[in-house]
Write a protein that binds this ligand. Structure first.
Ligand code: 0O2
Length: 218
């Protein structure tokens, strides 16, 4: 009962911390613009778009509280800024795996982006089959009071990885299902992840072969 009340309290504190959340909203705009400019440059110079879609989201107070509980943290508002890395989240979907590494290199090469954490779930997928590259970065936000560094989680994945992750997400919300069926579906998802990893590689090989032929002809 105490826990529920504490959880409600921190959710309200986050909801009322408008200045705090505005900083994350600005950081999302900043990173989205950087990515859009990169995509434009590629489109103009290479006639190619390494970004299929960019989605941004601000974590809800309920989701922040849920993550704190999951990680065994006390419901203390002072911990939110340091402990929750993905209040501001940007998801970048790319056609091919090489686009992911090229984009993360470009992002991390910038002076206004400071890397805090790099997780490569493509080289080392999670046990359930989840694949993506996650960057936890800090970007400067300039306010009247001065400069603030704000954390953003950037998830980079291929179209196939994104397709898989949305199905996995759907399954994780089906709590009322028969556990045996849930287990079976988790196993099926692991198999799907392996198949889609192979598909990502084969599609990229086809793309490379096409580009090679184009270069030879020109
Ligand atoms: P939501 O609803 O997307 O916000 P950290 O963020 O580093 O403090 P965490 O959560 O262990 O700690 O980091 P991790 O593993 O990098 O995961 C962060 C986010 O990646 C998750 O946020 C998901 O968005 C995504 N993600 C990670 N693992 C999986 C997975 O197995 N399946 C799916 N579909 N997505 C995954 P949230 O807060 O869990 O969720």
């Amino acid at each position: 009962m105490v826990k529920v009340a504490e959880r409600r309290k921190i959710e309200d504190e986050i909801r009322n911390a408008t200045e705090f959340m505005t900083l994350y909203r600005c950081a999302l705009m900043e990173v989205e613009t950087i990515l859009k400019v990169l995509n434009e440059q590629f489109s103009r110079l290479e006639d190619y778009n390494p970004i299929e879609t960019i989605k941004t989201r601000l974590k809800t107070p309920e989701s922040i509280a849920e993550k704190m509980e999951r990680r065994g943290l006390p419901f203390d508002f002072r911990l939110v800024k340091d402990e929750i890395n993905d209040i501001a989240g940007v998801r970048v979907v790319c056609p091919f795996i090489t686009d992911i590494y090229m984009l993360s290199e470009r992002l991390l090469g910038r002076e206004d982006i400071r890397l805090l954490e790099y997780k490569d779930y493509i080289k080392e997928p999670k046990k359930n089959g989840y694949r993506s590259v996650h960057l936890i970065v800090e970007v400067p936000i300039f306010l009247q009071e001065g400069k603030r560094m704000v954390k953003v989680e950037i998830q980079l994945r291929t179209i196939a990885m994104d397709f898989w992750a949305s199905l996995d997400h759907r399954l994780s919300y089906k709590k009322e299902m028969d556990p045996a069926i849930t287990q079976q579906l988790h196993e099926e998802l692991i198999a799907c992840s392996n198949e889609s990893a192979k598909l990502d590689e084969r599609m990229e090989a086809v793309r490379n072969a096409i580009d090679q032929r184009r270069k030879v002809r020109h």
